[in-house]
Design a protein around this ligand. Structure first.
Ligand code: GLC
Length: 738
């Protein structure tokens, strides 16, 4: 529809109709039982029948047939027959589930993430959906926060590359094209900075840190064309994001140039009363509208107050018109005025969802996301060896994450199902050895509904343990699929102790007493304290929450069919007390790099370094990276310098090395991180093969937020590092002269 017609439509709408375009309800409000809804959740929420009929969008419902019926009935009653928007959390896959986002960060593969997002978009689109609340691009440094699983990690550059890739995968060049959906960047802003890793907690960041580390990935998603942004629950320096005019009007809209729809997180506008920023719901409505929030997710703050605020002259109707126009423009970009059903298609649902192509992609993506942290020669598992798979993830289909809310668990492939196809049945045994969680740990999962695991009696646990120990005695290799329960990560799952579940620690210890050849396969939504696991196991392979084909991908890697190439997108801390720990930290005035000296920035009981650093990951082969070669020693505004290394596969099998480029601005108007990732290349090499990898170092790469508040570069010395982990010391020096 042309812009003028949209404007004419807006001008013809009543104030109430406009206000309710800014209301988003759960799809459950549109089920048959109207009475039950009206006298139940709707009444509790303060939403009336008229609001339900006029709401501009819904979330949480999908299905081609259901949404086509809903749209038809809704549009017949909508005074201007304006189509409704259908939104959903399709975070890392819909029915076919891809590796969780932190695992996709470990793959260091934007093209791969783009393909995964495109496949997810296709399944979502044929199911009738128009918008996905993805990607979450919050930078994370605190593994106590359960939502690190939803992020791509601790680095602004990696997060930016993957944000851009996912938006392009979801939206393509035109979100109105077939099988594309609108992508919603979230959560603006800095939700990952919640103090102490406690969800929804306060975020206090100086503007320098906010801009240098936390904002770049949102900007990358917006520059990639994301049609929507979601506000975050947290305060940003004392003001809740959803009513933070500076953050939303000045930073998001003016500076970043975002002109799409800004939606609140679930009840986040109402929660500004609990935050102590809005004195009541009417005040919250005014502040959020003035901040430029266009859609109120699942409260009646807008629908119950905006009309009155306009009638009383408290808010300008023009602010409502601005927000509603953005909503109409989004519906228009999706082509809904011409075709309100877009790609909804019951027949295509049957052929697209969980199709072989998507499953193969899920398997490939999982295999590329795994990170080999340790391997003392017992992986890949040699065929013909007596092997026992022992652990609660041996035959467990719950490997798709708590945010894979539409994922089809039954369609997941377990390690056992995959192993039975390739391991000699006469030489291989399988047992769980323990429940995933103990009774005590189960108690923490309050309100987790149907997915919550059942408890296992003490006697049963003893029986499982004895069976496992017996199985371990008889074999040459014990593969132990262990890990967090999938409900222990995701929203509202902050943990004060990031340990492996206690029943599994006991299992590991008991098995180790009878067999030292242990390879741990770790399912987890977050970095864990792996000191004991690393001490006991001879191999440790992190498989995260790998998605629908996770078990098949795990066996591909365990058998060497796939050579692991993942690199950590987030540091694994030495212990919880070391958090926050991240590679791109500042030097301090007393760096702990002068030997055994007391008065330095360090702990007296643990090291400063994480157990495993950002960018780290092993392979089944060996790679040698040559010293850095520079094409010159000075970068100027006109002249770039190239930095090259030769990477050689000195092992016996093909493999992929993620070659990483880091810079350090040695002295600047504000202190700079000791290393900053500025580029990476995935080098696929046959055994014995070598390749030259070259990076271009130019002036834009050196820019940062300077002390005077402007963004730019400053003259001076730089260290440059090229290696296969953030702890590389393969370095060279250059100068920048303006
Ligand atoms: C949740 C999450 C957000 C999600 C929204 C809708 O509380 O914070 O990421 O998109 O509600 O489900």
């Amino acid at each position: 529809m042309e812009k003028e017609k949209l404007k004419a439509l807006l001008d013809d709408m009543s104030l109430k109709e406009k206000a309710d375009q800014m209301l988003q309800l759960m799809g459950a409000f549109y089920q048959e039982d109207k009475e039950g809804i009206l006298t139940g959740p709707a009444r509790d929420m303060g939403v009336g029948e008229e609001d339900i009929q006029l709401a501009g969008s819904i979330l949480g419902t999908y299905g081609a047939g259901k949404l086509k019926k809903l749209q038809k009935e809704y549009m017949e009653k909508q005074p201007h027959h304006i189509p409704m928007l259908f939104m959903m959390d399709v975070i890392h896959g819909m029915k076919t589930v891809f590796p969780m986002p932190l695992a996709q960060g470990a793959a260091f593969d934007p093209e791969l993430s783009e393909k995964c997002a495109a496949a997810a978009a296709k399944e979502a689109a044929v199911s009738g959906l128009h918008v996905t609340f993805s990607p979450m691009v919050d930078l994370v440094r605190d593994a106590r926060w359960g939502r690190v699983m939803e992020s791509t990690g601790e680095d602004p550059y990696l997060n930016s590359r993957l944000a851009q890739a996912q938006v392009k995968g979801f939206q393509g060049e035109d979100m109105g094209a077939p099988y594309k959906v609108c992508s919603c960047i979230k959560h603006f802003a800095a939700y990952g900075g919640a103090q102490a890793g406690r969800d929804y907690n306060t975020v206090e960041l100086c503007e320098h840190t906010l801009r240098d580390f936390y904002l770049p990935s949102y900007k990358a998603g917006i520059d990639a064309g994301a049609g929507m942004v979601m506000t975050s629950f947290n305060t940003v320096n004392g003001i809740p994001a959803s009513t933070n005019k500076w953050l939303m009007r000045d930073v998001l809209r003016k500076e970043m140039g975002f002109d799409g729809v800004l939606i609140s997180d679930f009840s986040a506008i109402l929660e500004t009363v609990a935050h102590g920023h809005s004195k009541d719901e009417a005040d919250a409505a005014r502040k959020a509208l003035e901040a430029g929030v266009d859609i109120d997710m699942m409260t009646s703050v807008y629908s119950a107050n905006l009309c009155k605020l306009v009638e009383e002259g408290v808010v300008d109707e023009a602010l409502i018109d601005e927000g509603v126009m953005r909503i109409l423009e989004l519906k228009n970009r999706l082509g809904l005025f011409e075709n309100p059903y877009k790609d909804a298609d019951e027949e295509e649902e049957k052929t697209v969802i969980l199709c072989k192509e998507h499953r193969n992609l899920a398997r490939e993506a999982a295999g590329k996301s795994f990170v080999l942290l340790k391997n003392e020669g017992i992986l890949p598992a040699a065929p013909g060896k007596k092997t026992a798979f022992i652990g609660p993830y041996t035959d467990n289909k719950e490997i798709i994450s708590s945010w894979a809310i539409l994922g089809d668990v039954a369609s997941c492939v377990t390690i056992k199902e995959a192993a039975e196809k390739v391991f000699d049945p006469g030489l291989t045994t399988f047992c769980s050895g323990s429940p995933v969680l103990s009774e005590r740990e189960l108690k923490g999962l309050v309100g987790f509904g149907p997915g919550k695991p059942v408890s296992v009696s003490e006697e049963e646990q003893e029986k499982l343990l004895q069976e496992a120990v017996e199985a371990a005695k008889e074999v040459e290799l014990v593969i132990m699929p262990l890990g967090e329960h999938y409900l222990q990560s995701g929203e509202a799952t902050s943990r004060g102790m990031i340990d492996l579940p206690e029943a599994q620690v006991r299992l590991l210890r008991e098995v180790a007493k009878v067999n030292e050849n242990i390879a741990v396969v770790l399912f987890t939504g977050r970095p864990l304290d792996l000191r004991e696991v690393s001490r006991i196991a001879r191999s440790v392979l992190v498989v995260w929450l790998p998605g629908t084909e996770g078990g098949a991908a795990a066996v591909d890697v365990l058998t060497g069919k796939v050579n692991p190439s993942g690199k950590l997108p987030m540091s694994f801390p030495y212990c919880t007390g070391q958090i926050p720990v991240h590679y791109n930290a500042y030097s301090t005035g007393r760096p702990d790099n002068v030997g055994e000296v007391r008065f330095r920035s360090k702990y007296i009981d643990i090291p400063n370094e994480p157990l495993y650093p950002f960018g780290y990951g092993l392979s089944y082969t060996k790679f040698e990276i040559s010293p850095v070669k520079l094409s010159g020693g000075v970068v100027t505004d006109e002249k770039a310098v190239t930095a090259s290394v030769t990477v050689k596969n000195t092992g016996e099998r093909a493999g992929t090395e993620v070659v990483q480029l880091y810079l350090q601005d040695i002295a600047a108007s504000v202190v700079r991180p000791v290393k900053e990732l500025k580029g990476f290349v995935k080098a696929e090499l046959e055994a014995g093969e070598e390749k030259e990898i070259t990076f271009v170092i130019d002036e834009p790469m050196l820019r940062f937020l300077r002390a005077d508040g402007t963004v730019g570069s400053e003259e001076g010395e730089f260290n440059l590092f090229i290696g296969n982990s953030s702890d590389t010391d393969n370095q060279a020096k250059f100068r920048y002269e303006s």
